[in-house]
Design a binder for this molecule. Structure first.
Ligand SMILES: *[C@@H]1O[C@H](CO)[C@@H](O)[C@H](O)[C@H]1NC(C)=O
Ligand SMILES: *[C@@H]1O[C@H](CO)[C@@H](O)[C@H](O)[C@H]1NC(C)=O
Ligand SMILES: *[C@@H]1O[C@H](CO)[C@@H](O)[C@H](O)[C@H]1NC(C)=O
Ligand SMILES: *[C@@H]1O[C@H](CO)[C@@H](O)[C@H](O)[C@H]1NC(C)=O
Ligand SMILES: *[C@@H]1O[C@H](CO)[C@@H](O)[C@H](O)[C@H]1NC(C)=O
Ligand SMILES: *[C@@H]1O[C@H](CO)[C@@H](O)[C@H](O)[C@H]1NC(C)=O
Ligand SMILES: *[C@@H]1O[C@H](CO)[C@@H](O)[C@H](O)[C@H]1NC(C)=O
Ligand SMILES: *[C@@H]1O[C@H](CO)[C@@H](O)[C@H](O)[C@H]1NC(C)=O
Ligand SMILES: *[C@@H]1O[C@H](CO)[C@@H](O)[C@H](O)[C@H]1NC(C)=O
Ligand SMILES: *[C@@H]1O[C@H](CO)[C@@H](O)[C@H](O)[C@H]1NC(C)=O
Length: 850
């Protein structure tokens, strides 16, 4: 029918030039036409060109073979986007494409090598056309209505997804459109990599090598794929995933139709999105717009079932909260594919959900999705089905809608600093209390609040009963007390809190103590402290003065007297009593008893001869009492005490106000952590409403805690790091400046570390007594602990390991938090310097500023 032949001379000199330079163009077209009908054919150097000359279809040669394919016509680089006979190449260039019996047929003159193979027989004249989209279609009479296509190349993609193409399923026809890589640059036959839509669960795209998944896009969440956080709405592309009972597919469009772009699965298994960039010089090039997989965490199931990958962490794998490595030995060697197992079995009835924010949703090929459910219904549905292990919203737009539920192991989880989404993990209630953080769901909050409330109530009742009894027996008491005997028979019944007991961590001998907390009479304490005389005052703790005392039997004690008018006094008091009574560790100060009488609330501790660390380490003369061995022992002691608080006691306890003045030293200079007035059982307090108050001490507070009130064990790690550096250098963090620079100790240490002069910072008073490697190790660990990002800081367990082992692997520290002497709260610059230099170690309490 209508044929338009173009001679090479018509194209002018430029075309010849282009051909000369274009090394990719292995086939030269001398004829171009618009359609193929039953009376015309395409062979040799003939080509079919799309109406506005965007694409061209014809024969091209790779290796020794000839293929029928489609490439861009306009651009200077021969880029093939579709190949018809990729697995049945023509041995010579005598291929003929024609329409026969309603089908497109490609033959070498004798045998058919490729056919469109449609069963539908055309009623009228079938016509084949190449459209401007790059779609090669066969339709009746050249009808360009897509519903009437008998066949289209877009249904059989090669390695390239063009704008408007569908990647996915026509479920009614059982047709799956997917990308298959070329074997290599010179061989378009089907390679080992495929990129397919899996529509069994929640639709997601999977890149596989020989059918083994290598990379997942994550399910579509309304805005983007869960595993492609960089897929944000932009001015170039519009992305969409369509999911109906008939079809499930991914597609994209160019918002500016004059641009050229393609998504290609390259033969080494890389997904690459290119855009064509014209250059002023005339040519142009494909510029790489996006690619995947990008990093270690994109590798499918890098951390195994229930493992979470985070590239900003080293090692990248961690277990989901409430889980522990299945094989710790393998895990230690970074063989993480075994994944993690639950620390405690699910209880079905008593379970709750832990919110994991910023996640790439796990493999959802076996998940159940329902777009019309609300997130709350989703939670209920998941909670009521004991095999459901997690849920998430299927569409994050407008606050979250729809429901995806998982009933199989969660595989291929990763965490993003931003752009991820919330995943709710089922955990037994016991794990939620320990691990919960601010992530628990309402139900868990309720459980914990109720538990906590009843504990406090019991405590209150205990106090009340005790006070009544005490009053009755007061006279008798006074008598016995004056003779100096402690009334052990009247021990405060802490047995009610046995449920809190740290159980297995407590040795048998201390177990007895654990059950009874002696109550002291006010009179006894008044006598011991000479009526709380100023001479006996040791200092001020967080919530009141501390006195030295001596019982009639000669035992020395330290008495903390809680301020009567401090609003939070009672809570802190109860908190401290419960906590400390249950905590038994040689690096935690021991509570000998307490006293409650009227308004008066006292805590009686063992007395520490050498008082607090800060009174020695920062004293120009006394510091000589601490040689390196002492200092190292102190560092290790604090580390072990903190490790116990964080991990080994049954409840995860965050101290929140760790500082040199809260480290007490006994006669042998053994360190003991004191002042738990502000400690929190992690997971309990925080679940109520985040942190109500930010309490702590400038110079020791981690940035995320000081600024956002985020509590975690990592804020204690930060404080620990500061103390370590203070011990090694004998200098206070706050108030220390290098000449002109506004650097505090952390900033200064960081500067010297980078310049590899960190040893200059060592305290001169220990220079003679120390092995340099140990000092360096401590400084290294100190710097790791004060890193700005909480995620970078080690857990106390690794800190202890690094401190105690000569050849532990230590990552390079990054920038510490709060490097300058000024803290964010000191705004007036003239006064700030002064204030920072006059060391103000008083604990501050601020209302949360959000
Ligand atoms: C196709 O073009 C090449 C290069 O110009 C030429 O050598 C060859 O003869 C042409 N083939 C046909 C069938 O026209
Ligand atoms: C092409 O054919 C020649 C001669 O038959 C052979 O030597 C060469 O290896 C072939 N090249 C490829 C890529 O198959
Ligand atoms: C092309 O190859 C086919 C078989 O593959 C052969 O029958 C035919 O003769 C060849 N034609 C030419 C011109 O070499
Ligand atoms: C053509 O399609 C039929 C089913 O429609 C299928 O059985 C056959 O294998 C196909 N043939 C080729 C060459 O693809
Ligand atoms: C799916 O395929 C069937 C059979 O080829 C066809 O009738 C239907 O229109 C297709 N559905 C869509 C949405 O393209
Ligand atoms: C469902 O999963 C099976 C096995 O992985 C796969 O072969 C099939 O293509 C999937 N179906 C859809 C619609 O994704
Ligand atoms: C589309 O892109 C072309 C080429 O980059 C540009 O000249 C044109 O202004 C763009 N059109 C719109 C509507 O952005
Ligand atoms: C595939 O992509 C990767 C990453 O961009 C690149 O290193 C490799 O050379 C590409 N392979 C080919 C054949 O283009
Ligand atoms: C999805 O949820 C809605 C509302 O709960 C329910 O009516 C519907 O049956 C569910 N659909 C499927 C496929 O389960
Ligand atoms: C619980 O969930 C599993 C997996 O999704 C499903 O097979 C089972 O039917 C569900 N049971 C109930 C009672 O809904």
């Amino acid at each position: 029918m209508s044929q338009r032949r173009m001679k090479i001379t018509d194209a002018g000199p430029f075309f010849i030039l282009f051909l000369t330079f274009c090394s990719f163009s292995s086939k030269i077209s001398i004829a171009a036409q618009n359609t193929i009908t039953s009376s015309t054919s395409l062979s040799g150097n003939d080509t079919l060109v799309s109406p506005s000359s965007t694409f061209e279809l014809g024969f091209f040669v790779r290796g020794n073979s000839t293929y029928l394919g489609i490439w861009y016509k306009k651009i200077s680089i021969h880029t093939v986007v579709w190949v018809a006979n990729r697995d049945t190449p023509l041995a010579n260039s005598t291929g003929i494409l024609k329409i026969d019996g309603g089908n497109l047929i490609l033959s070498d003159g004798t045998t058919v090598v490729w056919s469109s193979n449609v069963s539908k027989t055309a009623v009228g004249q079938p016509v084949a056309k190449l459209l401007d989209s790059g779609n090669f279609v066969l339709s009746e009479g050249g009808d360009s209505n897509s519903d009437s296509f008998l066949w289209q190349s877009f249904d059989y993609p090669s390695d390239t997804l063009l704008p408007g193409m569908k990647l996915g399923w026509n479920l009614t026809a059982g047709l799956n459109r997917f990308l298959t890589s070329w074997k290599n640059d010179n061989n378009p036959s089907s390679g080992d990599y495929t990129f397919k839509m899996d529509a069994n669960g929640s639709a997601e795209l999977i890149l596989s090598f020989q059918l083994q998944p290598q990379y997942r896009s994550g399910p579509w969440n309304g805005l983007r794929f869960s595993g492609v956080p960089e897929m944000t709405p932009n001015e170039i592309f519009g992305f969409d995933v369509v999911s109906t009972p008939d079809e499930v597919y991914y597609t994209y469009d160019l918002l500016n139709s004059s641009l050229l772009s393609r998504l290609v699965l390259n033969n080494t298994g890389q997904l690459q999105r290119y855009t064509w960039a014209e250059q002023d010089s005339g040519g142009g090039l494909w510029s790489l717009f996006w690619w995947a997989p990008k990093d270690q965490c994109d590798d499918y199931s890098e951390c195994g079932p229930y493992g979470v990958c985070d590239v900003n962490r080293s090692p990248v794998c961690d277990c989901v909260k409430g889980f522990t490595p299945k094989s710790p030995d393998d895990w230690y060697l970074r063989v993480t594919s075994g994944g993690c197992i639950r620390k405690a079995k699910l209880e079905c009835g008593g379970d709750g959900f832990l919110k994991l924010p910023g996640m790439k949703l796990p493999d959802s090929s076996r998940a159940v999705a329902n777009i019309s459910m609300s997130l709350e219904d989703c939670r209920i549905e998941c909670l009521n089905n004991c095999s459901c292990v997690a849920f998430a919203s299927a569409d994050i737009r407008g606050g979250g809608n729809g429901c995806i539920r998982w009933a199989s192991d969660l595989i291929d989880l990763r965490e993003y600093p931003d752009g991820g989404q919330d995943l709710y993990m089922r955990l037994p209630a016991s794990q939620l209390v320990i691990e919960g953080g601010n992530n628990g769901r309402k139900r868990v909050t309720v459980i914990v609040t109720v538990t906590l409330a009843s504990l406090l109530l019991l405590l209150g009742l205990g106090f009340a009963l005790y006070c009544i009894r005490k009053k009755r027996e007061k006279t008798k008491h006074l008598k016995s007390l004056r003779t100096g005997s402690k009334e052990r028979s009247q021990d405060f019944p802490l047995t009610d809190f046995d449920s809190l007991s740290a159980g297995n961590e407590i040795s048998e001998e201390s177990r007895k103590e654990d059950f009874d907390l002696p109550m002291f009479d006010l009179e006894t304490i008044a006598i011991a402290t000479d009526n709380f005389s100023d001479i006996n005052k040791l200092g001020r703790g967080g919530f009141g003065p501390v006195y030295k005392g001596k019982l009639i039997d000669g035992q020395e004690i330290a008495v903390k007297r809680l301020s009567k008018n401090s609003g939070q006094g009672l809570d802190e008091f109860k908190n401290e009593v419960i906590l400390i009574a249950k905590l038994q560790h040689r690096n935690l100060v021991r509570l000998l008893g307490c006293c409650i009488q009227g308004e008066e609330r006292l805590l009686i501790y063992e007395y520490m001869q050498n008082r607090s660390l800060d009174s020695i380490i920062f004293d120009e003369i006394k510091k000589f009492k601490l040689d390196w061995q002492n200092r190292f022992n102190i560092i290790m002691g604090i580390a072990r005490g903190l490790l116990y608080l964080h991990q080994d006691s049954r409840f995860r306890i965050i101290h929140r106000d760790l500082k040199a003045s809260n480290i007490l030293l006994d006669s042998q200079m053994h360190p003991k952590i004191s002042d738990f007035g502000m400690a929190r059982i992690f997971g309990a307090e925080q679940m109520e409403a985040n942190t109500r108050r930010v309490v702590g001490t400038f110079g020791y507070m981690s940035p995320e805690y000081a600024m956002d009130g985020v509590i975690s064990v990592k804020s204690d790690v930060f404080s620990f790091g500061v103390i370590v550096l203070e011990i090694v250098t004998g200098k206070k963090n706050r108030g220390y400046y290098e000449k002109d620079q506004q650097l505090n100790l952390l900033g200064h240490a960081w500067k010297l570390w980078k310049e590899e002069r960190i040893t200059e910072l060592m305290d001169a008073s220990i220079e003679t007594s120390c092995p340099m490697s140990e000092v360096l190790r401590c400084m290294h660990v100190g710097l790791l602990c004060v890193q700005e990002r909480a995620e970078d800081r080690p857990m106390m367990s690794s800190a202890v390991l690094m401190l105690s082992s000569e050849n532990a692997r230590m990552p390079e520290p990054r920038q510490p938090g709060f490097c300058t002497g000024r803290s964010i709260f000191e705004t007036d610059s003239s006064s700030s310097k002064k204030e920072s230099c006059t060391i103000n170690q008083v604990t501050v309490t601020m209302l949360e500023s959000r």
